[in-house]
Design a protein around this ligand. Structure first.
Ligand SMILES: [Fe+2]
Ligand SMILES: [Fe+2]
Length: 274
């Protein structure tokens, strides 16, 4: 069991955010903005799915997972609240969130489905966020020129994603979820996630008037496909999810712990659960 602490981040998101808040880089800004747009609806779905999965467990299987589930819910609830504040700021730049309504329509089709489907979708997404978190925590210099509040926001979120990366997966296993459905959902989630992230990034760049700038494409190529790029470095760990003996804890890293220890002044502990 993992002890999950819920933290309140001490940053003020009532103050405006610059249009190119990520060190003046239009692509990185649009990409992070796109991801943030998916969080309020996505993280609420993860909370609902993990709660439903937990409730469906027999009492003796619930007990060892109770505190971890409470911590998971508390962390994701905090993330979705703070990203909603951030999203309200970037909408002032004329950006429109197309990802959320599309995700809402898709998720509506899940009503009444076996709870294990929602938990499998959550576990797949959590693997994605864990890969992204590991990438960002290993390249914090990407955010060096950024608004310091936002650098803190993204690294804190990454650190907590790494902390709770096993929760949904463990619930899925405890529910007796099959390997076949786990990997089937990973394939679908990958398609939807990459498609949605790309479409929203393009939409953000178009609204920003920077879609057809050479510097935008150069940054995209470097940060996604370059030697240390997100897609290139994440491919091998993404593929490991398909192994029958995969478990998220196999991707051990102490970057999250190190960041949380070194940056303890930017948050306060609010206890587990929400
Ligand atoms: Fe999160
Ligand atoms: Fe998460």
């Amino acid at each position: 069991m993992t002890e999950l602490i819920v933290r309140r981040l001490l940053i003020d998101l009532d103050q405006p955010v610059e249009r190119h808040w990520c060190g003046g880089d239009a692509f990185l800004t649009a990409w992070f903005n796109a991801l943030s747009m998916s969080f309020p609806i996505g993280e609420q779905f993860f909370i609902d799915s993990v709660r439903a999965g937990f409730k469906a467990l027999p009492p003796d299987r619930q007990e060892p997972l109770r505190d971890e589930v409470q911590g998971f819910v508390g962390q994701e609830a905090t993330h979705r609240r703070i990203h909603a504040l951030f999203n309200a700021q970037i909408e002032k730049h004329g950006l429109r969130n197309h990802w959320e309504p599309r995700a809402r329509r898709r998720l509506a089709r899940m009503d009444g489905a076996d709870v294990r489907h929602g938990v499998a979708i959550t576990a797949a997404n959590e693997h994605f966020t864990a890969l992204f978190a590991e990438w960002l925590l290993s390249h914090p210099e990407l955010l060096d020129g950024c608004d310091p509040r936002l650098k803190t926001l993204w690294l804190w979120h990454s650190a907590e994603e790494a902390e709770h990366k096993s929760t949904a997966f463990d619930i899925y296993q405890a529910l007796g979820g099959s390997h076949a459905w786990r990997v089937r959902w990973m394939r679908r989630v990958t398609m939807f996630f990459l498609g949605d992230a790309l479409r929203q990034t393009v939409s953000n760049l178009r609204a920003d008037g920077t879609l057809w700038r050479w510097s935008t494409w150069r940054s995209a190529a470097r940060h996604l496909l370059g030697r240390d790029g997100l897609l290139r470095t994440s491919y091998a760990p993404w593929k490991r999810y398909f192994r029958p003996d995969f478990h998220p804890s196999q991707q051990h890293s102490d970057l999250s712990e190190r960041w949380l220890t070194a940056n303890a002044q930017v948050f306060v502990r609010v206890g587990a659960g929400a």
